[in-house]
Design a protein around this ligand. Structure first.
Ligand code: LMR
Length: 329
C-alpha cells in the first residue's frame, strides 16, 4: 500500500481553496494510486464553512482521499504536521486599484508564523508553494523563518502568468495553446514582471518568428500579462480564483513531473545568483524539473531589452524586501 501524500492548504474555504481541494482529492495531481490526506487550514471564524467543504469532499467518494484533517490558523503547527506539500493561499486579496505590493504590510506578518509552523512540523521533504500576494516576498518571509527547510523547497507562483502568457501568444499566432512552450516569467508576480517572449516558442519555432508584430510583443503583450490580475478584478469584482487554483496545481505537477526537453516551467524560487540576480531573493526564473529536483535553465538568451526588464522587476523585489526588513530574522 503506497503511503499517502499529505497536502495542506491554507485559506482552504476561500475561492482558490475551493477550486483546489477537489482536484487534489480526485487523484488528478498525484496519480490515481497515491492516496492523499488533505490538511485544511482556515481562520477561526470560517471553520464552519470548512465543515461544509469536508462534507462535500466525503460526498464525492473519491477513492484515493485517505483523510481530511482540519485546523484553525491559531494551530498551524498541528495543521502542517508531516505535510509533503503546503499551498499557502490564505491571505487578504487585493481590491480594485491596489497593487499586489500594497498588501505587503497586511499579509507579510501572516507568513512569519506560517514559516515557523512549517519549520516546526512539516515533513523533511516538504515543498511549499506560496499563492497569497505579494507571493514572492511572502515566500521570502516564510522561508526565512524556516531555516531547516532547504531553500530549493520553496516556490512562489508565477505559473498563472506563464499560463496567461502562453494563452495570449497562442491567440495572437492563431495556434492552439498547446503549441506554445518555453515561456518564462522573470522576477516578481506583479506589474513589473517580465513575460519573456524572446525565448518563447510556438510549434517549436521562436515566437518572434511566428509573430511578426514586434510592437505587440514588446508592448501590448507584456502589459496585458502584467495587468491581467487587475483586469480580472475589474471584470469579476474579485481576484482570480479558478485560474489561480489551476496554476497552483500546475506548479505542483511541474515540480513532480520531468519537464519536456526544450521547454521550461515558470516559478519563483530562491535565486542562486544565476543571470546576475542577487542571491536569496525569490525570483521568477525559467526552470526544468527531473521529477524530483529542479534547476534553473542556464541557456536562456537575455538581450538588452530583456536585461532591462529583468533588472527592473528585480529592483522591485529588493524594495519589497526592504519594506519587510523587520519581518526577516
Ligand atoms: C492574479 O494574478 O490574478 C492574482 O495574483 C490576484 C491579483 O491580485 O492580481
Amino acid at each position: 500500500m503506497t503511503a499517502p501524500i499529505h497536502v495542506a492548504v491554507t485559506g482552504a474555504a476561500g475561492q482558490i481553496g475551493y477550486a483546489t481541494l477537489f482536484r487534489l482529492a480526485s487523484g488528478e495531481i498525484f496519480g490515481q494510486h497515491r492516496p492523499v490526506v488533505l490538511h485544511l487550514i482556515e481562520v477561526p471564524p470560517v471553520m464552519a464553512a470548512l465543515d461544509g467543504i469536508h462534507m462535500e469532499l466525503d460526498d464525492c467518494a473519491f477513492p484515493n482521499l485517505a483523510g481530511v484533517i482540519k485546523h484553525d490558523s491559531d494551530h498551524m503547527e498541528d495543521g502542517f504536521r508531516d505535510c509533503n506539500f503546503i499551498l499557502l493561499v490564505g491571505s487578504i486579496p487585493r481590491k480594485l486599484g491596489m497593487e499586489r505590493a500594497d498588501l505587503i504590510r497586511i499579509n507579510g506578518p501572516i507568513f512569519t508564523s506560517t514559516g515557523k509552523a512549517i519549520q516546526a512540523s512539516a515533513a523533511k521533504d516538504v515543498r511549499v508553494v506560496v499563492v497569497g500576494n505579494p507571493c514572492n516576498t511572502n515566500c521570502l518571509i516564510a522561508m526565512s523563518h524556516a531555516p531547516d527547510v532547504p531553500r530549493n523547497q520553496w516556490f512562489a507562483m508565477t505559473r498563472l502568468d506563464q499560463n496567461r502568457a502562453s494563452a495570449q501568444l497562442a491567440m495572437k499566432a492563431g495556434r492552439p495553446v498547446g503549441s506554445v512552450s518555453n515561456v518564462a516569467i522573470w522576477g516578481n508576480h506583479s506589474s513589473t514582471q517580465y513575460p519573456d517572449f524572446v525565448n518563447a516558442k510556438i510549434d517549436g519555432k521562436p515566437a518572434t518568428e511566428v509573430i511578426s508584430d514586434k510592437t505587440w510583443l514588446k508592448d501590448d503583450f507584456i502589459k496585458s500579462i502584467q495587468q491581467r490580475g487587475a483586469a480580472v478584478i475589474k471584470a469579476r469584482g474579485a481576484s482570480s480564483a479558478a485560474s489561480a487554483a489551476n496554476a497552483a496545481l500546475d506548479t505542483i505537477k511541474s515540480i513532480i513531473t520531468p519537464t519536456a526537453a526544450g521547454s521550461c516551467v515558470s516559478a519563483a524560487v530562491c535565486s542562486n545568483g544565476s543571470y546576475g540576480i542577487e542571491s536569496g531573493l525569490i525570483v521568477g526564473l525559467p526552470l526544468a524539473s527531473d521529477g524530483r529536483d529542479w534547476r534553473v535553465l542556464s541557456d536562456f538568451h537575455v538581450d538588452d531589452f530583456s536585461r532591462s526588464q529583468i533588472d527592473n522587476t528585480v529592483a522591485e523585489l529588493k524594495q519589497e524586501r526592504d519594506l519587510v526588513k523587520d519581518l526577516l530574522p
